[in-house]
Design a protein around this ligand. Structure first.
Ligand SMILES: O=C(O)CNC(=O)[C@H](CS)NC(=O)CCC(=O)C(=O)O
Length: 275
């Protein structure tokens, strides 16, 4: 997606994308980071922040998204949206919310690693922590198609989080993202493939692409990687909304994991490496 500043505009794009879904169910759809509001500054995002209210009937944006999940009978991972736990809070969580086919909210993950980074080639500086509260919990959730682990964008640079997700049983890791064009060009495929290979998990990465309202450029290349590290489906860098999709084969995961038992061998690094 090339998300716009207004949630209502983005919801329309999401609705159109969902009309094109393959027929198979159960199905997981992973939207990009900040899919509902992008490129309009932190104050705008804060103005759309909603209190987290996981119990039905859901209201507002959460209500619309839950209804979309129900209508299509899918698991819908809303890349991130601004969520607050106190109406007076200044900062919001960059929260990934998973809505289930019955329209209920099944999980919430708050982005742990915040993008306080200078992108080397030009004048761009990012200070996500100025408006975002960092998450403190590793989150996995059981679904009909396996155990889903949640991570967001810059998190992909921290293999420890992915190790923790695998330890908690993750088989598929969702990675909604909005990588910068510059860092994406250099690192996106290598990082996402490395995390899939290391943890022997599928990685499903939604992505923002193109030029946004504030002039920021994102890299795109939404993709799905299997547990052997193959890119099995990928959107190119084109800026029209695009779906990458695949059928998940958890049996392949079982054989990869028994042939190369890294989870067992990890006991070795735990024994000798003390940081
Ligand atoms: O703030 C928003 O509106 C949406 N969020 C983002 O765009 C976030 C934080 S600024 N972007 C990243 O984490 C890029 C990571 C990246 O590009 C890298 O690790 O190289």
């Amino acid at each position: 997606m090339t998300s716009l500043p207004e949630p209502q505009q983005n919801l329309k794009i999401i609705e159109q994308l969902l009309e094109q879904l393959p027929a198979a169910r159960p199905q997981l759809v992973v939207l990009p980071e900040a899919c509902l509001c992008f490129g309009a500054g932190d104050k705008k995002q804060r103005s759309y922040a909603e209190l987290y209210e996981p119990t039905a009937p859901l209201q507002g944006l959460q209500g619309r998204l839950a209804e979309l999940a129900r209508q299509h009978g899918i698991y819908l991972l809303v890349g991130t949206m601004p969520i607050i736990d106190d109406a007076k809070a200044e900062k919001f969580s960059a929260a990934s919310l998973l809505f289930g086919p019955d329209g209920e909210c099944l999980a919430r993950y708050n982005k742990i690693h915040l993008f306080d980074v200078d992108v080397a080639d030009n004048t761009k500086t990012y200070r996500e922590s100025q408006w975002t509260e960092a998450g403190e919990q590793v989150v996995t959730v059981e679904t009909e198609f396996g155990t889903l682990g949640l991570a967001v964008c810059y998190d992909v640079r921290f293999p420890e989080l992915f190790r923790a997700l695998r330890s908690k049983g993750a088989e598929i890791i969702a990675l909604p993202s909005a990588f910068t064009k510059v860092t994406g060009n250099a690192h996106w495929h290598v990082l996402t493939r490395a995390r899939a290979i290391e943890q022997q998990c599928y990685v499903v990465a939604g992505a923002q692409v193109g030029e946004h309202a504030n002039g920021r450029e994102t890299y795109g290349h939404a993709l799905i990687i299997d547990a052997w590290g193959n890119v099995v489906s990928e959107c190119d860098g084109a800026t029209s909304p695009c779906l990458a999709s695949t059928h998940v084969d958890l049996e392949s995961l079982t054989s990869i994991r028994s042939n190369i038992p890294v989870a067992k061998h990890f006991a070795r690094s735990k024994k000798v490496i003390h940081e």
